[in-house]
Design a protein around this ligand. Structure first.
Ligand SMILES: CC(C)(COP(=O)(O)OP(=O)(O)OC[C@H]1O[C@@H](n2cnc3c(N)ncnc32)[C@H](O)[C@@H]1OP(=O)(O)O)[C@@H](O)C(=O)NCCC(=O)NCCS
Length: 154
């Protein structure tokens, strides 16, 4: 556990799902997927990445999340979010610091994330963190399940 000036930062567990999901659904710009972000999907992610996903708490209330994990080579960050009434207090900074340190401990050299181009607050945050914008690559992807699962487009 790590206590920043404004929040307690601790590892996320499946028991945090309800509060975390409520935060994500209330956060504009968060790309949510019906299966990946279901209780089973998030539990699967936490079991695979048990040391690198964190929540922030203020007075016992969950006010922030970051999901970070790796595939043995690159780290990836999802679902960085801080509740509106807790923003601009360094809580996202503290969450990201905890996640990056956890990835470093696991010998990961580089970390990436996806963010919508029109997410101005999010991009301001990552610019401040000096996360590069890659203009020289395409992000390519493909669904691995049949069409009925593709309503999310995320
Ligand atoms: C982006 C987000 C996580 C930042 O959370 P936060 O706790 O407010 O961020 P911090 O207080 O740690 O900000 C650290 C620095 O990032 C920059 N920053 C953060 N939010 C900013 C904003 N809205 N506008 C401009 N700069 C911003 C600032 O330089 C800030 O330092 P400062 O407050 O001393 O100026 C939060 O706005 C959020 O949850 N947004 C919705 C979800 C989202 O967009 N997530 C990112 C997608 S990956």
């Amino acid at each position: 556990m790590n206590i920043s000036a404004h929040a307690l930062i601790r590892l996320m567990t499946p028991a945090d799902y309800s509060a975390a999901h409520a935060l994500w659904t209330a956060t504009p710009g968060m790309g949510l997927h019906s299966e990946d972000d279901s209780p089973e999907g998030i539990t699967r992610y936490l079991q695979r990445n048990p040391e690198s996903c964190f929540v922030a708490e203020r007075s016992g209330r969950l006010v922030g999340t970051v999901l970070a994990g790796h595939d043995g080579r690159r780290g990836f960050i999802y679902h960085l979010a801080v509740a509106p009434d807790a923003q601009r207090r360094g809580i996202a900074d503290a969450l990201v610091n905890a996640a990056l340190q956890a990835l470093r401990v696991q010998q990961i050299q580089k970390v990436a994330l996806l963010i919508y181009r029109d997410n101005h607050n999010g991009n301001a945050f990552w610019d401040k963190r000096r996360f590069s914008r890659r203009e020289d690559v395409y992000y390519r992807d493909q669904w691995l399940k049949p069409d009925k699962f593709h309503t999310d487009n995320r």
